[in-house]
Design a protein around this ligand. Structure first.
Ligand SMILES: Nc1ncnc2c1ncn2[C@@H]1O[C@H](COP(=O)(O)OP(=O)(O)OP(=O)(O)O)[C@@H](O)[C@H]1O
Ligand SMILES: [Mg+2]
Length: 362
């Protein structure tokens, strides 16, 4: 698939901007803080329904305005489409000009894989970032997953509040029974999809990582969860109730799940070098790309935020060779020297994005 047009109004530092992308490589270059990543953020929002770097939706509204709009037109093999998002006091999302009721209704229309420089630390930081990575990857493919995840998280929050009330206000602990049943139902669905996705990841990542590291490294990925089956999960919550009341939160559950990655059987979290962290996340993302491709039978759009600067010229060319026939949107601070001819270059300066024509070197 590919994204054809991006329109932004009062989005971040843009006031009015329209960009027509090329079907292959698109490069947005310019100095720091000019608005390159903001473009990727707009695309991401139209695919996932929310930003990956704004805590609150309204942060994306230009500071001098009171609403923001983005509109992304795309083409898939069997249909064209348009996602429009309007953010003011509330957020409204339209798919082909029809308002959707739930965010999950737009998931799966614009398929993307995002390389975000922060992801390089995914196996250094705590497990919540890894769960989030997993959640975003799965949500794109399985909208039912997001619903169950949201319900699980809401129920945990209610349960945690109630645990504190039991502790401090001597409330009766009978309500916990109801919540623990609900949690077990949601956990079963979430665990099913997480297991399914990690299995697919396993099937892809080994070969991809071998290729990236010239056969030097063997990678293994493992999904860690408190969940085995629904009844066992319920018993686990039941068993931990006393401890949970003392702590004031739910100690065990799928909100503690984790993803482990081993390189040549060594835990990357403990033994990984900087380069190994980088190639591990690259392998995960390229695996995700393959998984999406298998599912939707076409390639998702690749968003590379400041990623190419991590690679030397030779690795850049070989990376791009691996992902050819994919629409790629790259941000960088230098005009990238690429031999590939199918590219469109944009210069981003002071909240304006302009097309730069390039001449082929003789
Ligand atoms: N809500 C907002 N309203 C106005 N300007 C904003 C808003 N949010 C962010 N900005 C501005 O957008 C700019 C940052 O944009 P962006 O993150 O896209 O930069 P960038 O070009 O990717 O830079 P870098 O190369 O450093 O990553 C900053 O100048 C910031 O002040
Ligand atoms: Mg940036």
């Amino acid at each position: 698939m590919y994204i054809d047009k991006i329109k932004m109004q009062n989005f971040r530092n843009y006031v009015e901007q329209e960009i027509t992308l090329g079907k292959n490589i698109n490069i947005f270059y310019g100095n720091n803080a000019q608005g390159k990543t903001n473009i990727l953020e707009a695309i991401y929002m139209s695919a996932i329904g929310k930003s990956y770097r704004a805590g609150k939706d309204r942060e994306v509204i230009n500071v001098n305005k009171d609403f923001a709009k983005i509109e992304i037109s795309y083409a898939k093999k069997d249909r064209d489409g348009k996602v429009k998002i309007e953010i003011s006091n509330k957020k409204m999302i339209y798919l082909n000009d029809i308002k959707v009721k739930k965010i999950s209704e737009i998931l799966g229309n614009i398929n993307i894989v995002l390389f975000n420089p922060d992801d390089i630390n995914i196996f250094k930081d705590g497990p919540s970032k890894r769960r989030r990575l997993l959640d975003i990857m799965i949500s794109q493919l399985r909208p039912a997953y997001l619903y169950n995840l949201n319900m699980y998280e809401k129920t945990i929050e209610q349960r945690n509040n109630y645990l504190k009330q039991i502790k401090f206000e001597n409330k009766n602990d009978e309500m916990l029974e109801i919540w623990d049943r609900k949690l077990s139902d949601y956990a079963e669905v979430i665990n099913f999809y997480r297991k399914e996705f990690v299995q697919k990841l396993k099937e892809k990542i080994e070969d991809i990582h071998k290729k990236i590291t010239n056969n030097k490294e063997k990678v293994r990925i493992e999904y860690i969860s408190d969940f085995t089956d629904k009844e066992e999960f319920f018993k686990l919550l039941e068993k931990n109730r006393k401890l949970d009341i003392i702590k004031g939160y739910t100690v065990k559950g799928i909100h503690r799940d984790d993803l482990k990655l081993y390189i040549n059987e060594n835990d990357i979290e403990i033994y990984g070098s900087q380069g190994q962290h980088r190639s591990a996340i690259l392998s995960i993302k390229l695996s995700e790309l393959e998984i999406i491709k298998d599912e939707i039978e076409e390639k998702p759009v690749l968003l590379l935020d400041d990623f190419m600067s991590e690679l030397d010229k030779e690795r850049r060319e070989s990376f791009l060779e691996d992902v050819k026939d994919t629409q790629i949107i790259i941000t960088c601070t230098d005009k990238l020297e690429l031999t590939n001819e199918n590219k469109k270059i944009f210069y981003v300066e002071n909240r304006k994005c302009r097309r730069k024509k390039y001449r082929l070197k003789k």
